[in-house]
Design a protein around this ligand. Structure first.
Ligand code: TXA
Ligand code: MG
Length: 326
């Protein structure tokens, strides 16, 4: 397949989705690879294009609340409170599903993940297409999530029908995934809405063990939480797991990624500073693009400095841990 067009024509994107096509589109978090969630043939193409295992369920995107009752068998008062507070925005709610939602979308789970993005162009697209749109991040399975149309074109351009250019993603990390079928709700993935923000509205939420330590029952709750994910091709290690002095002497070409710069700057051929002023929101917006630049820098190894475990720092640490090569 030749490289697909990149467009800003929302009508064309909507028509392509209605015809069963695959359209990558910008959201406030990352670019999604969209298909009509009610068309199993179209959804099957998402898994194919991404090389995504079928046990990893997809998030269904809506702009009009009318779809909620068609997709979710039950919306609790707590879920309504969360929608009121955070929709449209980077919060995905996992709710009991109706029969309308194909099993392919949910990997056979009895629940469906629903999100209402806030990106104006994504909203316009969803309203125009007037269908729920299944959309994982628009990257080959396991690789870095895309935050620009060019990122999508570079890896999936030949496997999909269209890229709707929505500019660079403003949040930069994926949505927060909250399992609403448990009480209290359980945070399955840290993301754009922070745990602190959630807890301000609904009180304490449950969590899952950090990356790599997930129990079997936790993995069953959230099949997509694989230990290695969001990974650059270049080996990446956390600073706590390396001996920097030894590494510097090894003659390897090293890259660094940190919030606001590192003391040992001269040891690195390429240094990415996400937010010199330490602002986590800025850092999140830059995160995946910075990892891509490092990956393109002909380096032997990337060393990452973890973030403080608060707010968006939790989501960024989660992505960093998954980006590590074991
Ligand atoms: O910000 C985002 O959420 C982006 C944009 C495009 O909306 N999408 C995204 O999708 O990150 P994806 O497929 O890369 O991640 C979806 C996550 C996976 O970890 C998956 O396992 C989880 O959501 N998920 C989906 N449906 C689920 C369900 N029914 N139960 C539990 N986890 C679910
Ligand atoms: Mg993804």
């Amino acid at each position: 397949m030749p490289a697909c067009p990149i467009t800003t024509d929302v009508n064309l994107a909507a028509a392509t989705l209605r015809d069963g096509g695959l359209v990558a589109f910008g959201t406030e978090t990352v670019y999604g690879l969209g298909a009509n969630a009610l068309d199993t043939k179209a959804v099957a193409r998402i898994f194919e294009a991404k090389n995504r295992p079928h046990f990893d369920p997809l998030i269904v995107h809506i702009a009009d609340a009318k779809w909620l009752s068609k997709l979710a068998a039950e919306v609790s008062p707590l879920a309504e409170q969360l929608m009121e507070a955070f929709w449209p925005g980077p919060l995905t709610l996992v709710l009991p599903k109706t029969d309308l939602v194909p099993d392919l979308v949910t990997s056979g789970l009895p629940s469906v993940a629903v999100r209402m993005p806030s990106h104006p162009q994504a909203r316009e697209l969803l309203l125009k297409v007037d269908l729920p749109i299944a959309a994982p991040s628009a990257n080959p399975f396991g690789q870095l999530s895309p935050t620009t149309a060019r990122h999508v074109a570079a890896t999936l351009g030949e496997r999909i029908d269209l890229i709707l250019d929505g500019g660079p993603c403003l949040v930069g990390v994926e949505s927060t995934v909250l399992l609403m079928t448990e009480s209290p709700p359980r945070l399955l993935r840290h993301g754009g809405v922070t745990q602190e923000q959630l807890e301000k509205v609904i009180g304490p939420v449950g969590t899952v063990s950090p990356t790599g330590d997930a129990t079997d029952s936790e993995a069953a709750l959230s099949p997509g939480m694989l230990a290695q994910h969001y990974a650059p091709r270049t080996p990446l290690s956390l600073i706590d797991d390396v001996n920097l002095e030894e590494l510097s002497r090894s003659g390897k070409r090293l890259g660094a990624i940190s919030l606001s710069g590192v003391d040992a700057g001269s040891a690195f051929a390429h240094e990415e500073i996400l937010a010199p002023n330490g602002d986590l929101t800025t850092a999140a917006a830059e995160f995946f693009a910075a990892l891509r630049r490092l990956d393109a820098g002909d380096l032997d190894q990337i060393v990452a400095w973890p973030f403080s475990e608060v707010g968006l720092g939790r989501a960024l640490n989660d992505r960093l841990r998954r980006a590590c090569h074991s």
